[in-house]
Design a protein around this ligand. Structure first.
Ligand SMILES: [Zn+2]
Length: 416
C-alpha cells in the first residue's frame, strides 16, 4: 500500500476537468439523486441478494439483473453464453467505459439467505460482496437516466459471473475473450464490495494445482518395497519448499491440503496435495510452477527406484498427475495510466482518501492484458464478507456513488 499523493500536485489538467464536471448542474442533480434514492438502492440490493448465486449457479440472479437493466432503459440488454449480463448506454465512438460488478457469491446453493434490514444496516450472506456492487451499478444506471447526462463515450454495464473461488474469474475472462468487447472496452471500473477508501490497481496473480501421485498399493508387510505415493509426495514437498522466492516482487507458495492413504498397515494407492502459488509477477509464478514440476518428477523417479533398493523386484509403478485448479493472471496499472490519474483526481475533488492496493479481483483479467482497470467499492461500509454474518451499512453510500459517477464521466467525457 502507498498513500495517495494529492492529484492536484501531479495532474492539474485532469483535476480541473473533474472539478468542472462536478460543478455542472446535471452532475449536481445526479449527486442529489444518489441521496434521495437511497431507499430504492437498498431494496434492489436486498432483492438481488435474496436470489442464490453460488459459483456456476448465477442464472436466476442474472435474469433478475437483466430485467432491472431493461427497466432502467439500458439498450442491447443480453445474457451471454456463460451467464454475464450486459446493458448499454449509448454514446459516441466505438470505445466503451465498462462498469461491472460480479453477481456470484461464495455461498453454496443451499445456504439460507435471510436478508434483512435494521435501520441503515442490511444483513445476510452476500449483502456486501457483492450486493453493494450490484446496487451501485443499478444506482448509476438509474441516475444517469433520470439526470439526462450526455456522456460522450458509451457505457457498458456488466453483471459478471464467476469471480469467487472456483469461478476463477471465468465471467470476466469470457468478456475479454470475446473479440468485440476485448477490443471495445477502453477502461474497466469494477465495483466489488463496500467502501470508498481503496483503489485496487495491482492484480495479484495466483495459480493453483492439485498434485496426485498414484501407485499399486499393497500390504505394509507382504508388499514391502512397492513404491509409496505418500513418500513420493513428501519428497516433492521437501524439495519444492526449499525453492527461493523474492520479496520483491512479492511471491509466495503454500501447500494447503494433503490427503492420502487408508490405514496404517496399507501401502497407499494414492496421495494428493493442493498447492497455491502467488505473485504480482507472472514470470515468478511460472518459475515456481517449473520448480514444483521438477521436484515432483525427481521424487517420483526416486520412489520408482525404491523397489530395487528395498530388495524387491516390482516394476516401477508410481505415476503423477498435476491438475491446474485455478489460474488468475497478474498485472498492474501503469503509474501514468489515465484511469489512475482520474480516480486520484476524483478523490481529491470529493475530499476522499484512498489507498492503492493489490488484490485478486475481476481487474486481474483486463490488467493482465495491459488494459486500464481498477476495482473500487460501492460506498457505505461492510464487513463479514464470505460469512453468514455479512453486513452492509448504507450510511455514506452516496460518497462511493459520486466517486464512481465522476470517474466514469471524466473517462468518457461529457457532451455539452
Ligand atoms: Zn467480491
Amino acid at each position: 500500500m502507498e498513500p495517495i499523493s494529492p492529484a492536484s500536485e501531479t495532474y492539474p489538467p485532469v483535476q480541473e476537468e473533474v472539478a468542472r464536471l462536478a460543478g455542472t448542474p446535471q452532475v449536481r442533480a445526479a449527486f442529489d439523486r444518489f441521496r434521495a434514492q437511497e431507499s430504492q438502492f437498498a431494496l434492489w440490493q436486498m432483492e438481488a441478494t435474496r436470489l442464490a448465486a453460488p459459483p456456476f449457479g448465477e442464472a436466476t440472479r442474472a435474469a433478475w439483473l437483466a430485467d432491472r437493466f431493461r427497466e432502467l432503459g439500458l439498450s442491447d440488454v443480453q445474457v451471454d453464453e456463460v451467464g454475464n449480463v450486459f446493458g448499454v448506454r449509448p454514446g459516441y465512438g466505438s470505445r466503451y467505459v465498462a462498469l461491472s460488478a460480479h453477481i456470484d457469491t461464495v455461498f453454496p446453493a443451499a445456504t439460507p439467505l435471510n436478508i434483512r434490514q435494521q435501520g441503515s444496516r442490511l444483513y445476510g450472506p452476500g449483502v456486501s460482496d457483492n450486493g453493494a456492487g450490484i446496487a451501485a451499478m443499478l444506482a448509476l444506471a438509474s441516475v444517469l437516466a433520470s439526470a439526462r447526462i450526455a456522456h460522450a463515450l458509451p457505457y457498458v454495464f456488466i453483471g459478471n459471473v464467476g469471480e469467487e473461488g472456483e469461478g476463477d474469474l471465468r465471467g470476466m475472462r469470457h468478456v475479454f475473450a470475446t473479440p468485440h468487447w476485448r477490443d471495445a472496452i477502453a477502461y474497466s471500473v469494477i465495483v466489488d464490495g463496500a467502501g470508498a477508501d481503496t483503489i485496487v490497481a495491482e492484480a495479484l496473480g495466483s495459480r493453483r494445482f492439485e498434485v496426485i501421485v498414484r501407485g499399486p498399493g499393497g500390504h505394509s508387510w507382504s508388499d514391502f518395497g512397492a513404491p509409496n505415493p505418500i513418500i513420493a509426495l513428501s519428497r516433492t514437498i521437501e524439495a519444492f519448499s526449499q525453492t527461493p522466492v523474492p520479496t520483491t516482487p512479492k511471491t509466495t507458495f503454500n501447500v494447503g491440503v494433503i490427503r492420502g492413504g487408508t490405514s496404517v498397515n496399507s501401502i497407499p494407492e494414492s496421495a494428493s496435495m493442493r498447492v497455491d502459488l502467488r505473485s504480482t509477477s507472472m514470470s515468478e509464478i511460472d518459475r515456481l510452477e517449473r520448480a514444483l514440476r521438477t521436484a515432483l518428477e525427481h521424487a517420483v523417479a526416486a520412489e520408482n527406484r525404491a523397489p530395487a533398493q528395498r530388495g524387491t523386484r516390482r516394476p516401477p509403478l508410481v505415476q503423477s498427475e498435476v491438475v491446474e485448479i485455478g489460474n488468475r493472471p497478474a498485472g498492474e496499472l501503469a503509474q501514468d495510466a489515465r484511469l489512475l490519474k482520474v480516480i486520484r483526481a476524483v478523490d481529491v475533488q470529493l475530499g476522499n482518501s484512498a489507498q492503492v492496493q493489490r488484490a485478486s479481483t475481476d481487474a486481474n483479467i483486463p490488467l493482465s492484458l495491459g488494459r486500464e482497470a481498477i476495482a473500487i467499492g460501492g460506498g457505505g461500509s461492510g464487513g463479514g464478507a464470505h460469512t453468514l454474518q455479512e453486513w452492509f451499512d448504507c450510511n455514506g453510500r452516496d460518497l462511493g456513488l459520486r466517486r464512481i459517477l465522476l470517474t466514469m464521466l471524466t473517462l468518457s467525457g461529457v457532451s455539452e
